[in-house]
Design a protein. Structure first.
Length: 99
């Protein structure tokens, strides 16, 4: 995705470890990062945490997400916060032998 030149365009992602799961939101221009712990990978849990984090920084314009199942409740976030969404295309990695 192209470089963003305006504030308030965010990227959302999740990080799953063996004992902890995190929701991350990063402002694409200034790299301000919001991090929240989530109890599981369920879409409802991730949506609630995303709403909680984004309410801390009013004025967001968009949130870019991947197509992971944890973001299946994106419409609930959209309705709650009234933001726009951009979804990334899935990119298949090529192994060295397939290039």
């Amino acid at each position: 995705m192209e470089k963003q030149e305006r504030l308030a365009d965010w990227e959302g992602d999740t990080v799953y470890g063996q004992n902890a799961h995190l929701m991350t939101l990063v402002d694409r221009k200034i790299r301000l990062t919001l991090i929240g712990k989530v109890s599981d990978k369920k879409a409802e849990t991730v949506a609630k945490k995303m709403i909680e984090l984004m309410r801390r920084v009013p004025g967001a314009k968009t949130i870019t997400l991947d197509n992971g199942g944890e973001f299946a409740q994106h419409s609930a976030v959209l309705n709650s916060l009234q933001y726009g969404y951009l979804f990334c295309q899935a990119i298949r990695r090529l192994s060295a032998g397939n290039q």
